[in-house]
Design a protein around this ligand. Structure first.
Ligand code: GLV
Ligand code: MN
Ligand code: MN
Ligand code: MN
Length: 428
């Protein structure tokens, strides 16, 4: 590798931790729930404000900013060989209800700071460097995870589905996108698709969302693979009725069918006998939702994941069989069993793992290889680019709750490793 404009002294990589923490704190105020919780839902007023905040920071960093039809935001620093495939980095800033301020955010604000770090060091990239803020990594509003990156990676199924997708208030995806200033005059979202090979590398910085790095006192996690996620929506329907008047033998309670299925999910997951298999019923709704009315409808959303795709698929099949059996036994209708997504796992690319390892080593930071049990936009970027992820420790492994926290020092270490990794990959 030729390294013409490489910073002479790596210790010159200085992170402005004070500004970075201020940005993290300020971004957390764009929230629909009170601090310390953060709730930032796709295309909401707060999301639009947060997007402006990010675009401004990209502008201050001297990046040229573009947005696509669903609001993926790209900030580019042109390299001295701009015709080469660029090196990209980024994450998301949407936040699930009552979550914290670091998930995703560290990988967006940290990426912009990594660019600032490189600029301050005098580095000149050969390949262009691009920071990406992905639209809706979280499935909160439209039920689809990694919406922006999934579409970028060319999911025609999603492109088609989004024409008919609505949120819980029956607002269509396209109307919501338009209200935030996107998808103007467009029905066809295939303009978001990126060609395979457009990036020579993609690297995402993220809090670990698990306890290992903190417990072991290790600064940097180098992700080798991302577990395979899936999600399922289920509806049961019964006759409902008066909670006093309808006697037990005459009921077909949609709520009890849901309760039984929730327990079946747990059973099938545990029966896999692998600690890596997980399943969660995070949404369980009863209709009409009155204490003195037998539920006539129930709705469940099931999340299940595994590092082993076949084992995860077996769990999905068992859940389906249980749903059918429970409906029959309880004489309710299984009116929907929809697998929303059933994604394969993704592997990090060797060349990026090596660059992240070398960077950690040169910065004297203890590091270890690990897998990601959470999913990330990297899962989809891996379809169009060699991919890698950098994890940093977070307090007790907490995530998706207000107590989520990473220290300034850990964030700064992650930003340095990201900056050096981007520098190396840009010269490659
Ligand atoms: C994404 O936030 C996930 O649930 O892994
Ligand atoms: Mn998340
Ligand atoms: Mn995240
Ligand atoms: Mn995530």
């Amino acid at each position: 590798i030729q390294e013409p404009h490489f910073p002479n002294s790596l210790s010159l990589l200085s992170v402005d931790t004070l500004s970075l923490q201020k940005q993290i704190d300020e971004l957390s105020t764009f929230s629909d729930t009170p601090a310390p919780s953060v709730t930032r839902i796709l295309y909401s007023e707060k999301d639009v404000l947060a997007r402006s905040f990010i675009k401004n920071l990209m502008g201050f960093a001297g990046l040229s900013v573009r947005e696509d039809a669903v609001g993926n935001i790209f900030g580019r620093w042109d390299g001295y060989e701009p015709e080469l495939a660029a090196v990209s980095t980024g994450s998301h800033i949407d936040a699930i209800p009552y979550s914290g301020k670091y998930d995703g955010v560290v990988g967006v604000l940290g990426a912009i700071e990594a660019i600032n770090v490189l600029q301050r060091s005098g580095f000149k990239p050969k390949r262009s460097l691009e920071v990406i803020m992905f639209t809706s990594e979280e499935p909160t509003r439209f039920g689809i995870s990694c919406l922006g990156s999934r579409l970028m990676a060319g999911s025609e199924a999603l492109e088609k589905a989004l024409k008919k997708t609505v949120d819980s208030k029956n607002i269509s995806f396209l109307d919501a996108a338009r209200s935030a200033g996107y998808a103007k005059g467009e029905e066809d979202l295939s303009s978001v698709f990126l060609k395979k090979g457009i990036y020579s590398a993609f690297v995402e910085l993220h809090i670990e969302q698990g306890p290992i790095l903190e417990e072991e006192g290790i600064s940097i996690g180098i992700v080798t693979a991302i577990a395979a996620p899936a999600s399922i929506k289920v509806d049961f329907e019964g006759n409902g009725g008066h909670a006093g008047a309808v006697l037990m033998p005459n009921r077909n309670d949609a709520g009890l069918a849901a309760a039984e299925l929730a327990l079946a999910v747990e059973k099938h997951v545990l029966d896999s006998e692998s600690i890596d298999t997980v399943g969660t019923v995070g949404i369980l709704e009863l209709h009409p939702g009155a204490i003195n009315s037998i539920p006539s409808k129930s709705h469940l959303e099931i999340d299940t994941r595994d590092i082993d795709e076949d084992r995860r698929n077996t769990v999905i099949e068992k859940i389906h069989h249980s749903a059918l059996a429970i409906a029959q036994k309880r004489d309710v209708k299984l009116s929907e069993f929809k697998i929303v997504n059933q994604d394969p796992p993704a592997l990090s690319h060797d060349s990026i793992i090596k660059a992240m390892e070398a960077s950690s080593q040169e910065l004297n930071l203890a590091h270890k290889l690990m897998i990601s049990r959470a999913y990330h936009d990297s899962l989809f970027m891996a379809r169009i680019s060699p991919m890698g992820m950098i994890f940093i420790p977070c307090y007790k492994g907490y995530s998706h709750k207000p107590e989520e926290f990473s220290s300034n020092e850990d964030i700064a270490n992650g930003v340095k490793v990201l900056a050096l990794t981007l520098a190396k990959l840009s010269l490659y």
